[in-house]
Write a protein that binds this ligand. Structure first.
Ligand code: NAD
Length: 480
């Protein structure tokens, strides 16, 4: 079985795009070609939506156990191809190999979680709320749905959405990011013979043509997007024309609030782990460090020392590479532009090999700390999505909370303190979908993940993520 396809998966068959065109995919560590993907058109989305709609009644009527067995078998197929999937993800995204293997493991676990969760539905109690009647609620699938994913965790992002959608009994049209479709296509390849034809359709191509066609398609009952805030607005606007349900997982720009009593060694290690993972291209990455003024200088010193230890390079060099390039050159240039004009801030790059790492054609950047930026500088207000943290000193808990909440985003925040009472007082004031105490970025399939404000709405993961892909029906039985 080859896992590299450059066609679309529609109705259980691999089909060339109607345009007959393809896009070259490159390894961001070297600029070398790693594959091609179909450059699809709205006509291909039409075909995929029709296939998904045709498969919806049969898949929706399968019992939870039958769907769970298919998802578990699919998970087994992923696990059996762990190394190939990790190598594909690493080459297409520039991801360190250990991180890529971890992503495959998380994807397998996520499918197994949804396979189990769909068999344990819960909700309102059936009851005789009027004499002579019985009422109960059914949770039903929506039908055919559209799923659009980002380029930073292509495999994981696809499984978070498709696992929930399919477990709940929907069929789908899945559109990966145009830069990094390889593992999503492999996911499609590994589904054939396990999922009935048309249950999972994969269509590759650009956002303006293919993504927009998914968002506006009258045959798709919901669209779930992971992407940038501006894309969320475009998708919600396009979806409004057909009043389809919208689920949005958007940008993060997450604060790390460090109180005066925090354990700074743990904080510095935590920031190193969560600001530089996947070269900082994580919606949940530690991005804005807000530290009590009395501890600012010590924390900056510790961060510079921690960042200096990070081995940056081509992931193909081996497991010791902790940080690879950015996912593509255009994005590297965008992050570099932030650093070239950091507002009032100073750019500190502690790495001994500051500047380029590895192949000069690679999209590398060095781990970076920006100090002295004001709350209103773009480097603080906007999501940089790279291996960069800003550090701002605050005075008093009220200022810390105001600055943490003081951007457009509301995805996640962390609070670092050894005082449980202070933590419990401040946690409700942090306006985010996730708050970690003395930790950052950790996720579990059992718990929901989702944003507030410009970070979007809806939940991914957990029983709540499964419910996103269902609709309720009240059944009233008059037996009086
Ligand atoms: P992006 O918005 O450019 O692209 C995301 C997806 O949307 C791609 O598949 C793209 O082709 C598609 N798209 C683009 N324009 C579209 C349109 N007009 N209509 C429909 N689809 C369209 O985002 P990106 O650069 O791939 O990803 C980075 C962003 O994603 C960051 O902001 C990051 O924070 C966010 N993200 C959020 C989460 C989360 O869970 N909240 C997770 C990962 C990434």
């Amino acid at each position: 079985m080859t896992l590299t396809r450059s066609q679309n998966l529609i109705g259980g068959r691999w089909a060339d795009p109607s345009s007959r065109e393809h896009r070259d995919l490159t390894d961001p560590a070297t600029g070398q070609l790693v594959g091609q993907a179909a450059e699809s058109t709205p006509a291909d989305v039409d075909a995929a939506a029709a296939a998904a709609a045709a498969a919806a009644p049969g898949w929706g009527e399968a019992t939870p156990r039958e769907r769970a067995e298919a998802l578990s078998t699919w998970a087994d197929a992923l696990a059996a191809h762990r190394d190939e999937l990790a190598a594909l993800e690493s080459a297409n995204v520039g991801k360190p190999i250990l991180l890529a293997r971890g992503e495959v493991d998380e994807a397998v676990d996520c499918l197994r979680f949804y396979a189990g969760a769909v068999r344990t539905g819960h909700g309102l109690a059936t009851g005789d709320y009027r004499r002579g009647t019985t009422s109960f609620v059914r949770r039903e699938p929506l039908g055919a749905v559209g799923l659009i994913t980002a380029w930073n965790f292509p495999l994981m992002g696809a499984v978070w959405k498709a696992g929930a959608a399919l477990a709940a009994g929907n069929t789908c049209v899945l559109k990966p990011a145009e830069q990094t479709p390889l593992t999503t296509l492999a996911l499609g390849e590994l589904s054939t013979g396990i999922l009935p034809a048309g249950v999972l359709n994969v269509v590759t191509g650009g956002g303006a043509a293919v993504g927009a066609a998914v968002a506006s398609h009258p045959g798709l009952r919901m669209v779930s997007l992971t992407g940038a805030v501006s894309t969320g607005t475009a998708v919600a606007t396009a979806a409004a024309a057909t009043l389809k349900r919208v689920h949005l997982e958007l940008g993060g720009n997450c604060p790390v609030v460090v109180l005066d009593d925090a354990d700074l060694e743990a904080v510095a290690l935590g920031i190193r782990r969560t600001a530089l993972v996947n070269s900082g291209q994580v919606c949940l990455a530690a991005a804005r460090v807000l530290v009590d003024r009395s501890r600012h200088d010590e924390l900056v010193e510790r961060l510079l020392a921690a960042f200096a230890e990070v081995r940056v390079g081509n992931p193909a060099e081996g497991e010791e590479i902790e940080m690879g390039p950015l996912a593509f050159a255009g994005h590297r240039d965008r992050v570099a532009a932030f650093l070239a004009s950091p507002g009032t801030g100073r750019v500190l790059q502690p790495h001994p090999e500051a500047g380029r790492h590895g192949d000069p054609a690679g999209a590398f950047l060095t781990p970076t700390v920006v100090t002295g930026a004001s709350q209103y500088d773009a480097v603080v207000q906007e999501e940089i999505f790279g291996p960069v943290v800003t550090v701002q000193p605050f005075e008093g808990d009220a200022e810390a909370v105001a600055w943490a909440n003081g951007t457009a985003f509301g995805l996640a925040a962390s609070l670092w303190t050894t005082d449980l009472a202070r933590a419990m007082t401040l946690t409700p004031r942090l306006d985010f979908g996730t708050v970690w105490l003395n930790d950052h970025l950790s996720m579990l399939p059992e718990m929901p993940h989702g944003g507030r404000k410009a970070s979007g709405y809806g939940s991914e993961g957990s029983a709540l993520g499964l419910e996103e892909f269902t609709q309720v029906k009240h059944v009233w039985v008059n037996h009086g």
